[in-house]
Ligand binder design. Structure first.
Ligand code: PEP
Length: 260
């Protein structure tokens, strides 16, 4: 295993577990993560729970990482309702999910805006987990690789610049939109095809970028399909939505990532 690409399992809690329920879930994640020293386990609570979950992680000296689910690409200012990279960092985050398909779909986030956010995250010292993926219509039209390539190319220069001198600051999550929250999961071969293509585009930019960037799969990952997906050579982890809301399921997925 390439040490720069330790398995990374991130739970995206979306707009769930915003208060006490988030703290309870975090405590259960802390407990199972202790048994998995070779896996980077990260949780992304909603903004209202981040500081509280951060305190619980700190008090228990846990290695579980904390992620924001979004940021606004300015450090501060008159941007009502938004949260900046430095604010996330101060609240204990080391990670931030960017360009999730729900943000692209419901909040009209463009590739250019996502690239701005990636730059802001890296500038704040956060590791972005950048989501890309095609819709069902695009897949059926045979456009998967073209669509994903366009999304990746939009932030490729930004991450390549950041890698100069830094160590593996970025993860990319391939999340086919048709698989998110639907129970339909890409088969290992379908996922690997896209992951391998992403690795090649990274390599064309920089060998070390390709070596160090973790490419996660996301889209209906569950305890019973995780091992097959995580066994693909270019799948370095998973971004998990629904199944991360239950510590038992999330723990089983993280265990499937633990190298023997
Ligand atoms: C996600 O929200 O990133 C996701 C992959 O959701 P789910 O696992 O529920 O499909």
């Amino acid at each position: 295993m390439n040490p720069a690409r330790r398995p990374l399992i991130c739970g995206n809690w979306k707009m769930y577990k915003g208060g006490l329920a988030g703290i309870e879930l975090a405590q259960s994640v802390i407990a199972f993560a202790k048994e998995l020293p070779k896996v980077d386990v990260v949780v992304a609570p909603p903004f209202t729970a981040i500081a509280a979950v951060g305190s619980v992680l700190e008090e228990s000296r846990s290695t579980v990482g904390l992620a924001g689910q979004n940021l606004y690409p300015k450090n501060e200012g008159a941007f009502t309702g938004e949260i900046s990279g430095p604010f996330l960092k101060e609240a204990g985050c080391a990670w931030v999910i960017l360009g999730h398909s729900e943000r692209r779909q419901y909040f009209a986030e463009t590739d250019a805006f996502v690239a701005d956010k990636v730059g802001a995250a890296l500038g704040a010292g956060l590791c972005p987990i950048i989501c890309v993926g095609e819709t069902l219509e695009q897949r059926e039209r045979g456009e998967t690789l073209r669509v994903v390539k366009t999304q990746v190319e939009a932030f490729l220069d930004v991450i390549a610049r950041a890698l100069d001198g830094a160590n593996a600051p970025v993860a990319i999550a391939y999340e086919p939109v048709w698989a998110i929250g639907t129970g339909k999961v890409a088969g290992p071969a379908e996922a690997e095809e896209v992951h391998q293509a992403i690795r090649t585009w990274l390599k064309n930019k920089s060998e070390s970028l390709a070596e160090k960037t973790r490419i996660l799969y996301g889209g209906s990952v569950k305890a019973d399909n995780a091992a097959a997906l995580l066994g693909c050579p270019n799948v370095d982890g998973a971004l998990v939505g629904g199944a991360s809301l239950d510590a038992g399921s999330f723990g089983a997925i993280a265990r499937a990532a633990q190298p023997s």
